[in-house]
Design a protein around this ligand. Structure first.
Ligand code: CA2
Length: 147
């Protein structure tokens, strides 16, 4: 059976490439999704994509994924540092999840050093711009393949 993964993008990531390119780069979210789509064709897996600025919608998407997906690639954006609700949703569905960050959250402000999400993820990739997502998809794919 073809593996399916949900790619979740948190708040403000819809602004990628349009604001603050010095921090988050010039790639748009559509560019990142299309690079992921290309990689998924090489790997032979299927992706679905969802971006929301709303915590509850992200949680609904995580809950729905349990019926359709083998894993989740998630950049929770600022909810990384605050959302016990997203962490609980990931723990509840029990799907393998990889936490993604464009920037290296560990060399930015102190409040970004803590991730509420990390304990519910199989791993975290942070600091490689759009490549963080591609590295994360490879890691998730290899992890699920071995299950
Ligand atoms: O580095 C990342 O991927 C972050 O998850 C991005 C979040 C930030 O709060 C996290 O600490 C690290 C912010 C996403 C905001 O994206 C923007 C994109 C363009 C312009 C403004 C914000």
């Amino acid at each position: 059976m073809t593996m399916k993964f949900l790619v979740l993008h948190g708040p403000n990531l819809n602004l990628l490439g349009k604001r603050e390119p010095a921090i988050y780069g010039s790639q748009t979210l559509a560019d990142i999704n299309s690079a992921l789509e290309n990689l998924s064709m090489d790997l032979g897996c299927e992706l679905s994509f969802f971006q929301s600025n709303n915590e509850g919608e992200l949680i609904d998407a995580i809950q729905s994924a349990v019926r359709e997906c083998n894993g989740i690639l998630i950049n929770p954006a600022a909810y990384t540092h605050t959302s016990i609700a997203i962490r609980d949703a990931l723990s509840a569905v029990g799907l393998p999840a990889v936490e993604i960050h464009l920037s290296n959250i560990h060399c930015r402000e102190m409040f970004r050093h803590t991730s509420m999400i990390a304990p519910a993820a199989i791993g975290q990739i942070s600091g490689f711009g759009g490549d963080s997502y591609l590295l994360g998809l490879r890691a998730l794919f290899n992890y699920v393949k071995k299950l």
